[in-house]
Every structure is written in C-alpha cells, then in structure tokens.
Ligand binder design. Structure first.
Ligand SMILES: *Cc1c(COP(=O)(O)O)cnc(C)c1O
Length: 377
C-alpha cells in the first residue's frame, strides 16, 4: 500500500497530520464550537427561495466580486461594530479559513514568517505550513493572556511578516484589549520598518459572543490591520462556509492577486445573503448562548474546576492531571468535548440548555471519580 510519505511530497508536509477534530457519533457533541441551534424555519425557506433563483443562472459563473454580499456584510459590520465600513473594505471567501489562506498566500509564503501566540487556533499554523510560510510560536502568560512585554520581545526578535491575534482566543476564551492589539501592531511595524511593515490579522471568529466591543475601528488609518470574521459561529452557519475580512481597500485589492476566479459559488452567495436578512433572529440565539456560556463558567467553578473567563461560545476548564484521560471519561458519559493538547485543560462548547446539563452532570461524575489538580491560581 502506498503511504503519503512515499509520494513526491513537499518536505514540510512529511510526517504531518491534517486538521482532525474527531467527528464521533455521540449524543452530545460540544467539541467544535458550532452553534447548537438549527437555522429557524423562515430562514430555511428564504434560503430555498434565494437558492432557487440562483439555480436559474447556474449556467453562468457567479459574481466574481460578490458585490451584493460584500455590501450586506459591510452593512452588518457598520451596524453591529459601531464603525462605518464599505463594500470595498470587505472581502468574502469559503470560511474564514480561506480568508486566512488568501492572506498568507498574499503576505506570507516561502521565505516569510507568521507569528501567533499559542495556545491559539491551530489552523493559523496549519495554513501557514500549507502556504509555505514559516511559523513562529509566540508566548502567552500563565493565565493565557498575551503579556505585552514578552510579545514585543518575540516580535522584535523574529520580525514576522504576518502577526495573528485571536480575539476572543480559541481555545482559551479570553478577548484581547484594543490597547494590547495597538501595542502589538506598533511593535510589528517597528520590527519591519523600511519593508512596508507587517500584516496584523485579528481573528474575531467569536466576537459576537464577547463582553468587549469589536476591534473593527482599529482598521481606520492602519492599512496593515486586517479583521477576520465568520458566519460559522454566531450565525449558526458552519455548514455554509462563509468567512470575510474587513481592512483597507488596498488589502482587498491585494488578495485578488491570489484568489481563484469565481471562488465563491452563486449558491453560497445566495445562502449567505438569506442568512444576513435574518441577522436579528440569529443574534437573539447568540444572547441565549452567552447566558448558557456564563452558566457553564459558574457551574464548572462550583464543581471545583478552574475556568478561564470566556468571551466566546466555549469555555476552557481544568485542571486535570491527565486531560486526555478526563476527555475520555467525559466521552464515556456520552459527551464529546475537545482536547486541544493544552496540558491539564479541556474545552467545551456552549450547547443547548439540555446539552449543557448533560455535560455538567458528566463533569461532576468524572470529578468525583478523578482527582482535580489543586488550585494553582
Ligand atoms: C471556528 C474558527 C474560525 C472559523 O473558520 P471558518 O473557516 O470560518 O469556519 C476561524 N477562526 C477561529 C479562531 C475559529 O475558532
């Protein structure tokens, strides 16, 4: 049998594993930060209408520039993030993963590096590898926040071409303040002074769940600042595959150099437009999930767990002597959570109230069976 390493594979891909959150068939799945609520029926019908209309023109390529969709995304950002954005400042792709891939194809690549503060979203490093961009793992403090002084030292030392800041951060849950992002932006530009600077990508996949406002206003007057968003989480549309960015129009022009022509199908554009018509209903679910997220934090603490304050639709909890064994024990109770490989910690996505009850029951049972590490902080 041929193994992939027998193929004439690129050297940097040898021995590596693909992204692979387990998709197990268990009663309660709280492991990939999906929204637990199916799209409401009126929206499902609206999608059917818009997709039917799009189907009448599928003999033609879709709008390559997705102008109508980018206009509606800009209107959504303007309305919810309190900062005016035009369609020319917005770009959309098949999930924010594709947005990030296009950014790294444009601003990273062979001979260039990207830096992120880990633990963070594993796809930043994986997409860096896929695009031939060198990856640098930057530091976080004991409490998983970004220590600005340590971060500035790492930036000055490595002079990355691209800097990732995930806010709220996955898997730890905490949001990053505007003052911190601005300090990192300045440090990244200073480190690459005379070269056009460094691109700073703020990944706001979970910002709709945050206690803090969006960092969107920071793109004003900062052409190297990019904000990345997705409809996979707050909009409850992970299956749609729609991500987008907001930045200076020059960044949008630059990614045109690498995007595949007609990358965003007419069906995707029609579906996303239908979803955007129902923003208010969908953001209502977000409010319910924020309440459930806060309940998870309170109940996990009451059960003796340590919990990182969360601005997202998930919670990082611990501290386990053996997080993987705890993950398996919770799974044995029918609940799938996520082991991100952060020693001692697991991550749970906020589900429906019933799913969260099942999870909390499982954790309480597992904590009785196992010893939680002593409170270290
Ligand atoms: C889930 C997630 C995304 C979303 O990726 P899509 O490709 O839009 O589904 C992006 N960034 C982070 C940090 C995430 O956790």
């Amino acid at each position: 049998m041929t193994r992939i390493d027998d193929l004439p594979l690129r050297d940097e891909l040898r021995g590596k594993s693909p992204y692979g959150a387990p998709q197990l068939d268990v009663p309660v799945r709280l492991n990939t930060n999906e929204n637990p609520y199916p799209l409401p029926e009126p929206l499902v019908r609206r999608i059917a209408e818009r997709v039917t209309e799009a189907a009448r023109h599928l003999n033609r390529y879709p709008d390559r520039d997705a102008v109508e969709l980018r206009t509606e995304l800009a209107a959504y950002l303007t309305r919810t993030a309190g900062h005016p954005v035009t369609a020319g400042q917005v770009w959309a792709a098949n999930g924010s993963n594709e947005v990030i891939q296009q950014l790294l194809q444009t601003f990273g690549g062979p001979g260039r590096t990207a830096l992120g503060f880990e633990p963070s979203y594993s796809m930043h490093a994986l997409i860096a590898r896929g695009t031939g961009t060198g990856w640098i793992s930057g530091p976080r403090g004991e409490d998983f926040t970004i220590d600005v002084a340590a971060a500035e030292r790492a930036i000055a030392e490595h002079r990355p071409d691209v800097l990732f800041v995930c806010s709220p951060n996955n898997p730890t849950g905490s949001a990053v303040g505007a003052d911190t992002v601005l300090a990192l932006y300045e440090a990244a530009q200073a480190a690459r002074a005379g070269t056009g600077g460094a691109l700073v990508v703020v990944d706001e996949a979970y910002v709709e769940f945050s206690h803090r406002p969006s960092l969107l206003p920071l793109i004003e007057g900062r052409p190297n600042m990019v904000l990345s968003r997705t409809m996979s989480k707050a909009f409850g549309a992970a299956g749609l595959r729609l991500g987008y960015l907001a930045a200076d129009p020059a960044v949008v022009d630059a990614v045109q150099l690498v995007r595949l022509p007609y990358h965003l199908s007419a069906v995707t554009q029609a579906t996303a437009l239908a979803a955007l018509e129902h923003t208010d209903t969908l953001l209502g679910y977000v409010e319910q999930l924020k309440g459930e997220r806060d309940r998870l934090v309170t109940e996990l603490r009451a059960a003796g767990c340590q919990v990182v304050d969360s601005d997202a639709n998930f919670v990082q909890f611990g501290l386990f002597d053996d997080a993987h064994a705890a993950w398996q024990a919770i799974l044995d109770h029918g609940v799938l959570v996520r082991d991100n490989g952060v020693p001692g910690w697991l991550r749970v996505t906020a589900g429906t109230p019933a799913e969260n009850d099942a999870f909390l029951d499982a954790v309480r049972a597992v904590c009785k069976e196992r010893s939680l590490k002593e409170n270290k902080r």
